[in-house]
Design a protein around this ligand. Structure first.
Ligand code: AMP
Ligand code: MG
Length: 319
């Protein structure tokens, strides 16, 4: 690795450690990397991509040992990781309850998508930061994934802090995603590693999402992120028997209020969203309240994704 590249990686690691965004090459496509344990940095990813929804993101790790700090790895998952890592296989695994990963990274789910990239620059960056990196493709939402640094510059140049130039990506398609739950493994997304290769290692067929009976793709179930308590949207103020999810300046007269952002900052609101919903849900149970009322959130920028998630959380029939 050249001296320049080493200097770039050190600079990129400093940016990421202080909450910034760096486009990094991987063997699949360029990823938009942030510290996966920093809610606010993860919120910036969604902001930069202009995603209208909080899809859960893949975390990139230095190997099984780092992964084990954040997820539970069953023997079957261990076998797949031993065979395909580093490489374009993402494993969706149960999140450890003691994990300090951002809740936004897994969009409130109890599972986390993890992979070890097969790219010297990505590996060096993860090692330098010494934390897992959340990294979706480094492009605006709805546009084609970038396989060269100039694609990233065209799509996101102004919104990110640094692009590490690693030339063109070798594989150019996204990773294969497999959810492993104990002895069950389900193909969630086809990608850089073929189904038969994985089945060869498993010694059994992979189930597909469609016939497994579990609609696992995030966002497919309208109520995927519903809390237990009912959620009333666009509430100017809470009723006496409701907890309140506030936004912007609110009078602090209500005892069970958590504010997404008192200054009305949408990035701060996104960073707090899942943690606040979970906490208010607990408060409803502890205090025997009727439900949660949520203040209106402006639909601009990250507000679109926040409103999308609140709407899903308020739809309870499918839970
Ligand atoms: P990308 O934009 O290429 O990083 O896409 C990440 C993909 O991983 C998306 O299709 C997500 O839906 C999927 N994904 C991430 N985390 C999870 C999870 N916990 N459960 C299921 N799918 C996930
Ligand atoms: Mg993408």
């Amino acid at each position: 690795m050249s001296l320049n590249l080493k200097t770039d990686i050190r600079a990129a690691a400093d940016i990421i450690r202080s909450g910034g965004l760096v486009a990094m090459p991987t063997e699949t496509v360029y990823g938009l990397a942030a510290d996966a344990t920093d809610d606010s940095a993860v919120a910036r990813i969604f902001e930069a991509k202009g995603r209208p929804q909080f899809n859960p993101l893949i975390i990139h790790v230095s190997g099984p040992d780092m992964a084990k700090r954040y997820v539970n790895i069953s023997p079957l998952a261990e076998k797949l990781a031993a065979h395909f890592w580093p490489g374009p296989l993402t494993l969706v695994l149960p999140r450890r309850p003691d994990s300090d990963l951002s809740l936004l990274v897994s969009a409130g789910l109890d599972t986390v998508a993890v992979r070890m990239p097969n790219h010297a620059i990505a590996q060096a960056l993860i090692a330098a930061v010494d934390r897992p990196l959340a990294a979706p493709s480094a492009n605006r939402s709805g546009t084609i994934s970038p396989t060269r640094p100039e694609h990233v510059r065209q799509s996101l140049g102004a919104c990110i802090d640094m692009i590490i130039d690693g030339g063109p990506c070798l594989i150019g398609v996204e990773s294969t995603i497999v959810k492993v739950d104990g002895e069950m493994s389900v193909l969630l997304r086809p990608g850089g590693i073929a189904r038969d290769e994985i089945e060869g290692v498993l010694g059994a067929p992979l189930s597909s999402r469609d016939n497994s009976g579990h609609p696992e793709a995030p966002g497919m179930l309208k109520s995927h992120y519903a809390p237990c308590a009912s959620l009333r949207l666009n509430a100017a103020s809470p009723d006496a028997d409701e907890a309140f999810l506030g936004f912007g300046a609110t009078a602090h007269i209500h005892p069970y209020t958590l504010n997404l952002s008192e200054s009305g900052d949408l990035r701060e609101a996104a960073a707090n969203l899942f943690a606040h919903l979970r906490r208010l849900d607990e408060i409803c149970r502890e205090e025997n309240l009727a439900g949660i009322a949520a203040a209106p959130i402006p639909g601009l920028g990250l507000g679109e994704a926040i409103n999308d998630r609140l709407e899903r959380a308020s739809t309870r029939e499918l839970k």
